[in-house]
Write a protein that binds this ligand. Sequence first.
Ligand code: GLC
Length: 722
Amino acid sequence: MSERVDALLAKMTLAEKLGQIQQVNGCCAEHESLVRAGLVGSILNHADAAQGDYVEKAKRFQRIAVEESRLGIPLILGRDVIHGLRTILPIPLGQAASFDEALVEAGAAMAAREAAACGIHWTFAPMVDVARDPRWGRIAESCGEDPLVNARLGAAMVRGFQGADPAAPDRIAACAKHYVGYGAAESGRDYNSTWIPESLLRDVYLPPFRACTEAGALTVMSAFNDLNGVPTSGNALTLRRILKTEWGFDGFVVSDWASVAEMIVHGYCADGREAARAALTAGVDMEMVSTCLAEHVEALLEAGEVSLTQLDEAVGRILSVKERLGLFDNPCQGADEKLVLCSDEHRQTARAAARASCVLLKNEGGLLPLGAAGTVALVGPLAEASWDQLGCWVMDGKPEDTVTVRAALQEALGADRLRYAPGLETSRSTDKDGFAAAVAAAEEADVAVLVLGEEALLSGEAHCRAFLDLPGAQRGLVEAVVATGTPLVAVVMAGRPLVLTDLESCAQALLYAWHPGTMGGPALVDLLLGRAAPAGRLPVSMPQAVGQIPLYYACKNTGRPPREGGRGVPPGTPLDPEGFTSQHIDVDARPLYPFGFGLTYTTFVYGELELESAVLGPADSLEVCMRLSNTGAREGTEVVQLYIRDRVASLTRPVRELKDWQRVTLAPGASATVSFAVPVATLGFHNASMEYVVEPGEFDIWIGGDAASGVHGVFEVVAASR
Ligand code: GLC
């Protein structure tokens, strides 16, 4: 701790220390009195979009804290700025589809500028929970199923939020959440129990958090879920041992909303006193909204059940973060009215992010990009959905800022070339009265663009789905439009992978837009009209059926792996069971589209792998290159992915693991050598003794455009490393 923090700690009364570790929600008269008495360390949601009085309230409450409380300790003001404050970026799952760290960092930096201008010091992002279950509503906030993608893009968001100096007036503190394993909620039901063996925890769920702390994240948020029977907000193994001791994390841990008190509901603590003891002992430093610590730590201290050292550590960590944010020197840093929220510059950032997030899954006959002539029927409940286009976790975005697909297409084509008929009022509507107009529009047009999927409200926290089909009467709308014979481009907006097996079979083109944010309309029109080419890749596997879940590429081979190439089973129609292999009898074992998959408006060919050496020691790097060629007629960007497989190990290993990727842009007809250098030390895993090891033996390597393809090679690691 710094001298200032040590000096403050020495002066603080017990009541003031208990105040520092308390976060309250909102600014009200009661909280104003607590702030004046030095009994609050943080406020979340200090203002809201309705009032818009962020700066005024931030300044007023900060002045009370600094000028009217005994020690003048500034507040830290937090808010969920998950994918933008007023200018809304694509949902994080969509941003992950860009596989573009620089773009993601720029988006977070934009969000930080808008948040800091509103007097916010701290965002509860990035969420880096590896998510392998699209039934879980919060997959929308994650960077998908792969630990490396969550790690690299989560770290990019941390850099974007905090910058090189988080005390800068346009930067805010990041918060890696929800620590840890929250995305493994059983049956995809939010807040549900998680059972994760420690080796899997250390190989898959922890690495994204470690990457964020190594990127300098100032805070981490403990989660709601119980992990192997111990709630993560009272889990000494994950918090005190791994995060704070093994990794040396020197920021502070904030609990999730009342997750400390919820340990009583979990049946892990008998009352608030036990919850306070469990949380403080495990390593929670600040309690969000519930007040177990503030109410019970004094008695716990007197009973010797917690120590003053533990309390001082929590308070010291919080004061240190406030100091690193510059709040002691400039309590209202950054807050000013001058910044234009949703500026043209910020809109361009959001447009670029939305363009890069869209994944082209199908383009039969090169239907896309649309021709320069002809009429377009624009159909579907999400074609003019100002609010739903923004996605979940939008606290301050305004629908009136949204540029919808309809507005952007109208701007681009002019009224005479556009026929608009939503067909359905919302994604859940079952009223088919609008079908006739939609059919008429499609019949008149040369091509139909159908924008459908799920409303924003159907994804996000506590919004989990047991069915992943298109909700409402959307399938009927698809059938009605398809029956006209007009070529169909389907654009899907959703906060998760949906089951689109039927849609995929009848649409000539399929473009996945996630929830693309404020500028999703112009971004989609850029792609539909060919002003830019799609470059997104799937950060999650797309299932053929909800019954396949959990379905992810880095699965185990089992002793009886699924048949190669699937069996062409029509989903839902059981065939006579054949053989004895690990697959369902009513759907083949493959995803509809694999992790990493995505098309563009050109084609690429991968040359053979060239390994610098096929025999490697533990201190070596796997040096490999291959020639990538753009064999089409347009410039294009390929996300070149490198996967490995450890063929034989002391614990069974995944059939593939992503170890690196590069985005490569090539002019038509051009080629380039793409080189990778992957340290052998990164190819290991945690063995049964929880040691990180790289065991000797043969490895497969693939370099390709998704988790189901690629040019193949073999190399050997010749010595064990411990
Ligand atoms: C919510 C979420 C968490 C969020 C916090 C504050 O319940 O779980 O992600 O940051 O509460 O809003």
